[in-house]
Design a protein around this ligand. Structure first.
Ligand code: PMP
Length: 414
């Protein structure tokens, strides 16, 4: 995909913004300032057109059809698989499994790989995980009697205590499952190092890439990840679809997650054999419309350049953080060097919800609450925080409006 407003030297954010119709909205008569990109990113019109094109021209069930449109739909979905493979540098499309998103991808691994574990086997998580990377392992604990161990935060309350991690590893460690980027602290975890340690202990490693995929180049081969998972809706793509990358050797040894059509080779009442990878893990009709459109989202992101997006967002992050710290009683959570463009904060002891409501009245969309990370909230000693997060289309003008709003509401809250 070519984007006219992007060249080697130009990052024309206003032109990029014009691709996102929702950014033209007003809220309470004020221009929308969308700072909830960690929860979901907005969608460019190119992706919406791709969805429409599927419904208008190519909607037929995939895989089973000999007829032309079915073959077109199949080809479009499989093209996305190859595009995802290239995006994350996976060795083979056999290792790219389509799911409903990060949550389903982790449930798939916890359930299927987890079924190969035995009572007393250990799974290591971290204190900064999203509930999506906690609860599926607890369900496995209930089923199999595995033991969950947790890497705590270091003293800086932002990074992981890697010495503690090394001490948690044991011959019983079977899985290490960590987030690449914290959805609250913005911390970019040293996953390559974490994975290497896991492998030394004979464990496999899963990386939750939900917050990484739209903000940095991801190379599963370089990371040596066994599983890497992410959601389309956080990378300017459609809702409802996502990816599980898995090492083929592991996927082949794993039992299917769900049974049904598409995932079989042959079925009789006595015995069923399963389809080859990746289809063994894709029971039922996939969301081929949104999967086809995910291709366009990846092309869009790549046309802008993930590294350039990261640099641009980082400038916004540094500027906004520096200016926020000038506001009396501002408490910012997450101070790791090189963090992603996520700012979690509280103003004094003001309730996060009140701050969010007041910002909304000024047209500014931020998220409030525990951000599906209650154990992390406990570690930080808070019940919830306000979170502002940037995407490729946010501007310095929006950052200024946000800062002005914070200055205006801070005295009302304390
Ligand atoms: N992990 C992390 C780090 C996340 O930020 C999120 C979304 N907030 C998820 C997992 C879950 O993603 P989804 O709801 O798309 O499955």
């Amino acid at each position: 995909m070519e984007l006219k407003h992007i060249s080697k030297d130009i990052y024309d954010v206003e032109a990029l913004r014009s691709d996102f119709p929702i950014l033209g909205r007003t809220i309470y008569g004020k221009p929308l300032i969308y700072l909830d990109n960690t929860a979901t990113t907005e969608t460019p019109r190119q992706v919406v057109y791709a969805i429409r094109d599927m419904y208008y021209n190519h909607k037929a069930n995939v895989h089973r059809g000999v007829h032309t449109i079915s073959q077109e739909a199949t080809m479009m979905m499989e093209d996305t698989r190859e595009r995802v493979r290239r995006l994350i540098n996976a060795p083979s499309t056999r290792e790219v499994i389509f799911t409903r998103g990060t949550t389903e991808s982790i449930n798939l691994v916890a359930s299927s790989y987890g079924s190969l574990l035995s009572e007393g086997d250990e799974v290591i998580l971290t204190e900064m995980e999203h509930h999506a990377n906690i609860v599926p392992w607890q369900l496995l604990r209930d089923r199999k009697g595995i033991v969950i161990k947790v890497i705590p935060l270091a003293e800086d309350r932002s990074t992981l205590d890697l010495d503690a991690y090394k001490k948690l590893l044991s011959p019983r460690t079977k899985v290490v499952s960590v987030t690449h980027v914290s959805n609250v602290l913005g911390t970019v975890n040293p996953v390559k190092e974490i994975i290497a340690e896991a492998h030394k202990a004979g464990a496999v490693a899963l990386v939750d890439g939900a917050q990484a995929i739209a903000h940095m180049d991801v190379d599963v081969r370089d990371l040596d990840a066994d599983f890497y998972v992410f959601s389309s809706h956080k990378m300017y793509g459609p809702c409802g679809v996502g990816v599980l990358y898995g090492r083929s050797r592991l996927l082949e040894a794993m039992p299917p997650y769900q049974g049904g059509g598409e995932m079989i080779s042959s079925v009789s009442f006595e015995r069923t054999t399963y389809a080859e990878l990746p289809y063994k893990f894709e029971a039922g009709t996939p969301d081929f419309v949104d999967l086809a459109a995910l291709h366009t989202a990846i092309d869009y992101m790549s046309a802008v350049g993930v590294d350039r997006i990261a640099t641009y967002e980082n400038d916004l992050l540094e500027y906004t953080t520096r200016r926020m710290m000038e506001i009396p009683k501002m408490r910012i959570f997450g101070v790791a060097p090189g963090k992603a463009a996520i700012i979690s904060f509280l103003i004094g002891n003001a309730h996060h919800y009140d701050t969010g409501l007041l910002l909304d009245k000024l047209g500014i969309a931020v998220r409030t609450g525990h951000h599906c990370a209650q154990p992390l909230m406990r570690a930080l000693g808070v019940e919830g925080v306000v979170r502002a997060s940037f995407g490729l289309y946010n501007t310095i003008g929006e950052a200024d409006a946000f800062l002005t709003a914070l200055k205006r509401i801070a005295p009302m809250l304390s």
